[in-house]
Design a binder for this molecule. Structure first.
Ligand SMILES: C[S@@+](CC[C@H](N)C(=O)[O-])C[C@H]1O[C@@H](n2cnc3c(N)ncnc32)[C@H](O)[C@@H]1O
Length: 173
């Protein structure tokens, strides 16, 4: 069902943590979400009405409704494959636009993208803002009509790229 190891990352994870928390204002601008399949064990603010945390496995659990996905970067394309199959939700990933995973799961399957203008500062599981920025560009990736619409009108600072030809409605969807 999902492919592991579709080459998104040319460097290994180097033992760095996967536990980078999404800034609250991003989730607030795009929410509410029905499911976060990989919430942190000590998630400092909610990302979705239903948050799957270790020891549960978000890749095994059923996915329903609008999904918020900030995947563990050590296996980002496994999660993006699942979201692209699910077809309803928004992901936050690095904008590594040339990688095989980005081509397969974003360029070929997303409904829209918002390339964020500035580098993000993620947060630690405690809620504290990371002292350094993310070190690279981030993109929000929408799947399905509703997430496309919400991404277009969320007000976050970035460049919107529409993947569908259908006209957008005015206002939030
Ligand atoms: C980049 S963090 C994002 C946390 C949260 N989703 C957010 O947006 O703030 C990824 C999280 O996925 C969790 N995780 C990794 N694999 C998981 C799995 N199989 N099931 C559930 N959670 C998992 C890790 O504990 C980590 O906190």
């Amino acid at each position: 069902m999902v492919d592991k190891g579709i080459g998104g990352h040319t460097r290994p994870n180097q033992g760095r943590t996967d536990r980078w928390i999404t800034p609250r204002e991003i989730v607030q601008a795009l929410g509410p979400f029905d499911l976060d399949p990989c919430a942190d064990e000590s998630q400092p603010w909610p990302t979705a009405n239903r948050m799957v945390k270790f020891p549960s496995d978000g890749l095994v659990e059923a996915w329903t409704g609008r999904v918020w996905l900030n995947p563990p970067y050590s296996s980002v394309w496994t999660w993006m494959a699942r979201l692209s199959q699910h077809g309803q939700g928004t992901a936050l990933i690095f904008a590594r636009t040339e990688t095989d995973g980005f081509v397969r799961y974003v360029w070929q399957r997303a409904s829209a993208m918002l390339f964020l203008k500035k580098r993000l500062h993620f947060h630690l599981p405690s809620g504290e803002r990371a002292s350094s920025n993310s070190g690279g560009p981030s993109v929000l990736v929408a799947y399905g009509a509703r997430d496309r619409q919400l991404l277009a009108t969320c007000g976050l600072d970035g460049y919107f790229v529409d993947k569908w030809w259908t006209p957008l409605e005015s206002g939030r969807g």
